[in-house]
Design a protein around this ligand. Structure first.
Ligand code: 13P
Length: 247
């Protein structure tokens, strides 16, 4: 099944007004590769400003609360992100699972809250190095997926990002065989869970994607694009990754 490649930058806790020219340049690069759907998930403080310069890129948030409003100091509801101009949001990133103690059911709730506001969702899963070394990576990630994927998940609003924790910001990536194994297993699990639409759902790889490895990673079966951290902060490093997805 043909799936449009999706390449998304996760700016994490990086980005001030001074970085808007990079967003504009990335938006121009996105326009040069219309076969690829390109976006940037920026800090919430930048969403409105980023929207003004985004060109052909979409702008997303990096998290939302599962509830619509209330006494949750420091948190953001999905409709707030939407009002600021986000059209996508990441949920369940491993840094939030670790730093904020987010559980699989929290993540499923966040995805549903985002969808209820019309936001598209990138739902992250991935194993630690300890789990990878113990030989349990596949079963761990499939269990995480099963418990984090909300009821009613569908390919027109939700994509999966497989991000092995030991590859995030480390410069390490799995072997292409390991990526193929994981993405193929996630594909099978999606089809089992949601039927044929599981074949249309995009599965991104994330973790130390860069200009040098993107083409090889994106050529792996069932890799439908990437979720890119450090290399997405500058057009010089992100542009070639978008181009690799278009190839
Ligand atoms: P790096 O590309 O910096 O390894 O980060 C990956 C990531 O966590 C994207 O969400």
């Amino acid at each position: 099944m043909a799936r449009r490649k999706l390449v998304v930058g996760n700016w994490k806790m990086n980005g001030l007004r001074a970085h808007l020219p990079q967003i504009a340049a990335i938006g121009e690069e996105a326009a040069a590769y219309p076969s690829v759907e390109t976006g940037l998930c920026v800090p919430a403080t930048l969403i409105t400003m980023a929207n003004e310069v985004k060109g052909a890129a979409f702008i997303g948030g990096q998290d939302c609360h599962a509830k619509g409003n209330g006494a949750h100091t420091g948190c953001l509801a999905a409709d707030m992100l939407k009002e600021a101009g986000a059209t996508w949001v990441i949920v369940g990133h491993s840094e939030r699972r670790a730093d904020q103690g987010e559980t699989d059911s929290d993540v499923a709730g966040k995805a549903l809250a985002a969808h209820a506001q019309g936001l598209k969702v990138i739902l992250c899963v991935g194993e630690s190095l300890e789990i990878r070394d113990s030989g349990e990576a596949l079963s761990f990630v499939l269990a995480q997926l099963e418990a984090s994927l909300p009821e009613g998940a569908a390919s027109d609003w939700l994509s999966i990002a497989y991000e092995p924790v030991w590859c995030i910001g480390t410069g390490r990536i799995p072997t292409m065989d390991q990526i193929a194994d994981m993405h193929g297993s996630i594909r099978n699990a999606l089809v089992q869970r949601i039927g044929d639409d599981g074949n249309a759902m995009r599965i991104l790889y994330g973790g130390s994607v860069n200009a040098a490895n993107a083409a090889e990673v994106f050529a792996v079966a069932d890799v439908d694009g990437g979720l890119v951290g450090g290399a997405s902060l500058k057009v010089e490093s992100f542009g070639p990754i978008i181009a690799a997805a278009a190839a």
